[in-house]
Every structure is written in C-alpha cells, then in structure tokens.
Design a protein around this ligand. Structure first.
Ligand code: MCA
Ligand code: AMP
Length: 499
C-alpha cells in the first residue's frame, strides 16, 4: 500500500480555487460537470457557484432539491464554498418522509432548479433558484471553514423509526476522496460516468465531489441506462460508478450489445458499491469484456472503508482492503473482543475508526452514542471474514430488519409504520427476499382489516411510495390470518416464508 498524507485542508476543490484565481488560465477551461447537453468548465463553475455561495453564506443550513441535474451539483458546491451545511433531498420522497427530514434538519432555505415545482412539505421554506445560465466573474469565497464544519447531512434508514441525519464533516469528505484517489490511482485526467441519484453518498460525494476534488470531470446520465454508459465510455470517459443493480442490468444486456462490451473494455476502472455484486454478474461482465469490476465498501456514516485497489488483485466477492487512514477490525458477538483470524472463515462484525467517519446523527445523541464502542470504533452492523492477505469479504448483516434494494438501504420498521397507517391493514411485517435485479426486494406480510377485501399490492405500493419514497414500496404482498409471534408477542420474522 502506498503511503498517503491525509490532507485535512479545508480547500476541498483546489482546481476550482485555481480557476477562480486565474480565470484566463488553462485550468479554468478544463471541463468539470456535464449533464446531458449542459456543462460547466472549472472557470464557469467557479463563476456560477461563488455568487450562490455568497447568497447562502448567512443561512444556518440549506436544503437542496437534489434532482439529477447540473443545478444540484452547483448548489452543493456553493454550500461547500460557503461552509454552510447542505441537506440533499430525494425529489421523489413522499410527504411523511420529507416532512420528517425538514422538521428534523430545520433548513432556512431550499435551493431548487428554476421552474421545479416543490411539494407542500417545503412550502414554509424560503426558496432560492439555482441559476447556472449566466456565469459572471467569480466572487472570492468566504473564509475557509474549519475541517470539522458539517458539510452535508445525509438521511439514512435504521431498523426502526424514521431516517436519521448523518452529519458529515468536510474532513471526512476530503480524506475519503483522497484515500480513494490513492487506491484507484484516480487523477484529474479521469472522466467519470454515472447515473446515480444525487441525494446519497455514492452519487453525490463519490460521483460529483470526487471528480471535482481531483480536478477531473464527471458526465452524469440523468438516469441510468446502458446505452448512455456505452456512449460515454466510448467517447472518452475512463471510469464508471454504479450499484450492483446497474451492473446486473449491464450483464443482462451484454450478450446482445457488442458496442457496450467494447465500451466497457476501454474503461480504466469499473467500480461497484452500495451492496454486494453477485459473483455471477462479476463473471458475466469479465467474460464479455475482459474487464473486472472492482468493489469498494462504504456506508453513509463512514464514507468509504475498503476497496479493491487498482494495482491489486480484482477478486470477485470481496470488497478489498482497508483504505489508507482507515482502521478496520472484526469483533466477536460481544462487540468488543477483536477477531484476530485472517482465515477466510471466522465471521465478525466490521468496526471502523478513522478521519472518514461522520460526527453524529443530527438531534440523536443516544443513537450516536449507541453507534460507537467506548473506545471510539463505529459499529457497522456488517458481518465479514478476512482472507489471509487481508481482503475483506462481507457475508451478511447483523440486523435482518435492514433491507438493501437497488443499492438503497431501507428499514423494515419505517415501511411497517407506513403500512399500518393504511385503513385496510391491521398488522404488518416487512422482510427482504433475494431478487436477481434489486439484490433484495421488499415483501410485506399483512393481516388485512377485512379478510374479505384485502388491499392489493398496487394499493399498498402506492401508499408507501406516496408517504415515504417509491424505492421503499413493497413489491410483493402476502395476506395472513395472523402474524407468527413468540411468547413475548414479538413477531418471528424468520417464520415468514411462503412455502
Ligand atoms: C413504480 N414507480 C412508482 C411506483 N411504481 N412510483 C411511484 N409509485 C409507485 N407505486 C416508478 C419509480 O419511481 C421509477 O420511476 C420507476 O417506476 C421504476 O422504479 P424501480 O423499479 O423502483 O426502480 P428503477 O428505476 O428501475 O431503479 C433501479 C436503480 C435505482 C436505477 C438501480 O434503484 C437506483 O438508482 N439505485 C441507486 C441507489 C443508491 O444510489 N444508493 C446509494 C446509497 P422513474 O423511472 O421515473 O425513476 S448507499 C451509499 O451511498 C453508501 C455510502 C455506499 O456504499 O455507496
Ligand atoms: P447506506 O447505509 O445506504 O450508506 O449503506 C451502507 C451499507 O451498504 C453497508 O453497511 C453495507 O451493508 C452495504 N454495502 C456498501 N457497499 C457494499 C459492498 N461493496 N458490498 C456489500 N455491501 C455493501
């Protein structure tokens, strides 16, 4: 592993600073962001984001209506230049989820693309349109904020209750991106392509802020499509980021799409993360393209922890080795005794420590305290083994009530609560079951209020999509007379199988 000096510098985007200082220099003309046919160079990004930064500098906290557009990238860069924490909002969030996030994070402003209609849950907030059209000369940025200043608050699901806001400081963003640069030999010459959403760590921090920190560029597809991936990789893009569902769809398409195979074969790096990429999909892609996808492992609270390195062996089914600066251990059931074995067999919970970690869950001191051991290790809840050469293999999760579907983490509890608000539902339990495309699909087990006319799957899916978000909707619904419970009255989810 090469040595890495951790740069805790508050200047997150040196290439932007350079373009700002020398608007006629070559750096200012380099491409930074491209969304469809709209793009900004570093000079234009500096000129667009810096007046916006000046506008929001006095705001305590801002919300960003995080559509997959140029506006979202500009708004987040502006917030970071201003040192004002930004809360990216999923534009498909339903009323109850949005209401919770807005009241919990209490932003003073919401930034949105001009012309976007915002839902009633945001009506009380002052709105500021993000203007990317007419860059003037850039204004000097406000004073450099402290590295511990919160940069982003990203909402993430737990097993029960509504999502919690993970407070991510500037220091964590800088160090995780620099550690990935080391692991992936990621430079300003790289051109990234992806179609990830911009309200989570993967698409926003890795996929937008990553290229900008390196002084390179990103081309966002607006929405994921294999044709867009093929086009960009054959027109100069060097890296692809995606969740396993995207690589699964690529693997499915490859046999009938030689242009996609050729484009993938040209890429410098294909990276998957957010959930496990099945070995079958790894192998199908390798066979059709001669290229191996590498996996990295992260979490909203920790940013990135491990990765297969660009100069390492790209072994399917592993998430590689700890990134520079990240301490990783496996622990026994008690959560404190370290597992010393590197035998590919002994399972323990992954715990991590390092500058890549979040600072706290917003307004949730008890949840924050419970997430750490006494000596400061963060409990990930992921179970893993380590191979003799240190490669980590994730084998499962501690909590069965967390579901990963399409790369999104979804808590069974939040869906159960939403289902119980439907008049046709008396009792509800939610589980995940294997799905070739999504990794896991959400299954609802309900006891209908009226067994003669139980609510349909579409009705319940719409209900959950409207309240929470479309990706949280159940895909399968089973009707039961009663939920299986133990003597204590607790639902026995392991007994919920349909055969
Ligand atoms: C269908 N739709 C509905 C309904 N039924 N909408 C409302 N109500 C309904 N009842 C719509 C959906 O909104 C969507 O619309 C379309 O039908 C298809 O939806 P779906 O099948 O759910 O999904 P998909 O569009 O096929 O999405 C697959 C996907 C997506 C593209 C892979 O799951 C995705 O973008 N995943 C990325 C998740 C991610 O970034 N995770 C990172 C977090 P429309 O077509 O209009 O959209 S993890 C993380 O950050 C950590 C740090 C890490 O390690 O990375
Ligand atoms: P989130 O809470 O949405 O940030 O998702 C974090 C979780 O995604 C982790 O705790 C892991 O369970 C899972 N995850 C992320 N990357 C990988 C990967 N490469 N392989 C397996 N699981 C992953």
């Amino acid at each position: 592993m090469s040595p890495l000096s951790l740069d805790l510098s508050p200047d997150l985007f040196p290439a932007l600073t350079e373009a700002q200082a020398d608007p006629d220099g070559p750096g200012a003309h380099r491409p930074a962001l491209r969304f469809g046919d709209r793009s900004l160079t570093y000079g234009e990004l500096a000129a667009t984001a810096s007046p916006l930064a000046a506008r929001v500098a006095e705001a305590g906290r801002i919300a960003v209506w995080a559509t997959p557009t140029l506006e979202t990238a500009v708004a987040v860069v502006a917030a970071l230049l201003a040192g004002v924490p930004a809360v990216p909002l999923n534009p498909k969030s339903g009323e109850s989820e949005l209401g919770h996030i807005v009241s919990d994070s209490a932003p003073t402003l919401v930034l949105a693309a001009p012309g976007t209609q915002l839902p009633p849950a945001l009506a009380a907030l002052e709105r500021l349109d993000i203007d990317t059209s007419a860059p003037t000369t850039s204004l000097p940025s406000p004073g450099a904020p402290d590295p511990e200043t919160p940069a982003l608050i990203v909402y993430t699901s737990g097993t029960t209750g509504p999502p919690k806001g993970a407070v991510i400081p500037r220091r964590a963003i800088a160090t995780t991106l620099d550690a990935l640069a080391d692991a992936w030999q990621w430079t300003g010459d790289d051109v990234l392509v992806h179609g990830l959403p911009l309200f989570h760590v993967h698409g926003l921090i890795l996929g937008i802020l990553g290229p900008l920190r390196r002084g390179g560029s990103v081309r966002h597809l607006g929405r994921f499509e294999t044709a867009g991936v093929a086009r960009e990789l054959s027109e100069g893009a060097t890296m692809l980021f995606g969740v396993p569902t995207m690589y699964h769809r690529i693997a499915e398409t490859l046999p009938d799409d030689p242009a996609l195979a050729k484009a993938l074969a040209r890429a410098r790096l294909l990276v998957s993360g957010s959930a496990a990429l099945p070995v079958h999909d790894h192998e199908r892609i390798a066979q059709a393209t001669g290229r191996r996808v590498i996996e990295r492992y992260g979490m909203t609270e920790t940013l990135m922890n491990t990765s297969v390195r660009a100069d390492g062996e790209p072994r399917a089914g592993t998430v590689g080795v700890p990134l520079p600066g990240v301490e990783l251990r496996l622990t026994e059931e008690d959560g404190t005794t370290a597992v010393e074995a590197y035998d590919g067999e002994t399972v323990g919970e992954i715990q991590v420590r390092g500058p890549n970690l979040f600072t706290e869950y917003l307004n949730r001191p008890e949840a924050t305290a419970a997430a750490f051991t006494e000596d400061g290790w963060f409990r990930t809840g992921d179970m893993a083994v380590r191979d003799p050469d240190g490669y980590v293999r994730i084998v499962g999760r501690k909590a069965t009530d967390l579901i990963k579907s399409g790369g999104y983490k979804i808590g069974a509890g939040e869906i159960e609560n939403a289902l119980l608000e439907h008049p046709g539902v008396r009792e509800a339990a939610v589980t995940g079951e294997p799905d070739a495309d999504l990794g896991e699909r959400i299954v609802a087990w309900i006891v209908p209020a009226d067994s003669q006319s139980p609510p349909t799957v579409d009705e319940l899916a719409d209900h959950v999509a409207r309240r929470l978000a479309p990706h949280k909707r159940p895909r399968v619904v089973h009707h039961l007379d009663a939920l299986p419970r133990n003597d204590m009255g607790k639902i026995m989810k392991r007994a919920l199988t349909h055969d």
